[in-house]
Design a protein. Structure first.
Length: 307
């Protein structure tokens, strides 16, 4: 009963957290959306007034096609890039975002056969990728978590709870610097239209496998070494995801040490099995009968048998 009450409390807090996030983002973004909508409406009216030969339905049909094409990464602007969205480097980048579940949504298959292939490819690729990443993370946990904590605890005499807490903070800072701050500075330099906040936002969204798709690297016109850049970003995603999984596993270990998981998690199945008796007490006492010692008197006398 206690576990269900704690689980209910956890769900209620989580729902409140979601509602709070929805309220904050709505307050922040709604005014800008309204102003942008008014601006586009005014531009549309100005264009129709200056072009009386164009009717509203034709313009809206044209704009709808432009918007749909832009969703697939195809632009009709005169300064748009003529690079194919499906060359080897771009396709490798797309495949990496598919199997890692990042899925920016900027470049997507246009044909039914391409969509069907993505379904079957992801069906195998997603669990395969999780297996590969988990295998790497398991070995990284030994190198970067278990061994340092054990060394400080056994050889230096530090308290286990304090060591796990400080180790997690130190590891979190390392990942924050080497997989968020430094890559953000690199993206900010390469992507000239991105601010540092945009680059940091892209790195965080990508490594959390959210992948909103509003910022995608390597889509500028005539970008230098674009193919190598795309492959490098795909490599960054894989290594960054391993780092994030390492942080999650280390946090889980620290939570176990501090007893946080015992508050909300059910007891482990093996622990429950260890506490349960193998036989019921009644059956046990029923089957246990006193055994007579083996003596000469207890042996059977065969002389009474008729021959």
């Amino acid at each position: 009963m206690k576990f269900w009450l704690l689980l209910t409390l956890l769900v209620c807090v989580y729902v409140i957290y979601l509602l709070l996030g929805a309220l904050v983002i709505s307050v922040i973004e709604s005014p800008y959306e309204a102003s942008l909508r008014d601006e586009l409406r005014q531009l549309k009216n100005v264009f129709l007034n200056e072009s009386p030969c164009v009717n509203v339905s034709s313009l809206e049909a044209f704009l709808e096609k432009i918007i749909n094409a832009n969703k697939y990464g195809v632009s009709v602007l005169h300064n748009a890039s003529n690079d194919s969205k499906w060359d080897i480097a771009s396709s490798l980048f797309f495949a990496s975002t598919l199997v890692t579940t990042v899925g920016y949504g900027y470049t997507t298959p246009l044909t039914d056969s391409g969509k069907a292939f993505c379904i079957f490819y992801g069906l195998i690729g997603v669990p395969f990728t999780m297996l590969v990443l988990s295998s790497f993370v398991q070995r990284l946990m030994v190198m970067f978590t278990h061994k340092p904590i054990r060394y400080l605890q056994v050889h230096r005499g530090f308290d286990r709870k304090m060591v796990t807490q400080l180790h997690f903070i130190f590891l979190l800072l390392l990942v924050f610097v080497f997989f968020l701050i430094i890559p953000s500075a690199i993206f900010n330099t390469i992507e000239t239209s991105w601010s540092f906040l945009d680059a940091f936002y892209f790195c965080f969204i990508s490594l959390c496998t959210i992948g909103l798709g509003d910022y995608v690297p390597g889509e500028q016109n005539d970008q230098w070494l674009r193919k190598l850049y795309k492959v490098s970003v795909a490599f960054y995603l894989f290594v960054g995801l391993m780092a994030m999984l390492l942080i999650i596993q280390t946090f889980h270990k620290a939570a176990d040490v501090h007893g946080l998981t015992d508050i909300f998690y059910l007891p482990r199945l093996q622990d429950q099995d260890d506490q349960e008796p193998i036989l019921e007490p009644t059956d046990y006492t029923k089957d246990l009968e006193p055994k007579r010692p083996l003596t000469t008197e207890s042996q059977t006398d065969y002389s009474s048998i008729n021959r």
